[in-house]
Design a protein around this ligand. Structure first.
Ligand code: ATP
Length: 137
């Protein structure tokens, strides 16, 4: 697959890292296909993270993702899902490698600056969640 969905999450937006993070993404060879700033509603956040609904942190996650605007970005590159996850690093910045987005910009394992799709199938679903066909032309 050559597509993935990135989100610059509310903590990184309010910490002023939108520019730095987009710069890291494009320098790593990803092409920005679509991008917007959106303040998710509770229902939208619940729906986006439906796969995590049985996890103990689900309510905290929904509260976090609705706490302010975020920036979803549809990205294109060969091997996009895997290469983007490598670029952002481990979920918990304390475990993330030096030079990764989360090592540089995440506060902790909850407020961890960015999202990345975990499979080609989910990338497709997540891109469709945020962007219309028109916006992806
Ligand atoms: P993402 O799906 O956002 O790329 P991930 O796959 O690295 O993240 P998951 O384990 O799927 O991590 O968790 C989804 C998100 O839920 C994390 O990115 C983080 O914001 C939040 N989260 C994960 N673990 C916890 C936790 N123990 N407490 C609070 N929030 C958490």
């Amino acid at each position: 697959g050559n597509k993935t969905l990135a989100i610059i999450k509310p903590d990184a937006v309010s910490d002023g890292y939108i520019g730095e993070i987009i710069s890291m993404i494009t320098k790593a060879g990803f092409k920005v296909k679509a991008m917007k700033m959106v303040h998710l509603t509770v229902n939208q956040a619940k729906s986006f993270y439906e796969v995590h609904k049985e996890r103990p942190f689900y309510n905290d996650l929904v509260e976090y993702m609705t706490s302010g605007p975020c920036v979803p970005i549809a990205l294109e590159k060969d091997n996009a899902v895997e290469d983007y996850r490598k670029l952002i690093g481990a979920t918990d910045p304390a475990q993330a490698e030096e030079g990764t987005v989360r090592k540089l910009y995440a506060r902790n394992k909850q407020f961890n600056a960015v999202h990345g799709s975990d499979s080609d199938e989910n990338a497709e679903k997540e891109i469709t969640f945020f962007f219309s066909r028109q916006e992806l032309l």
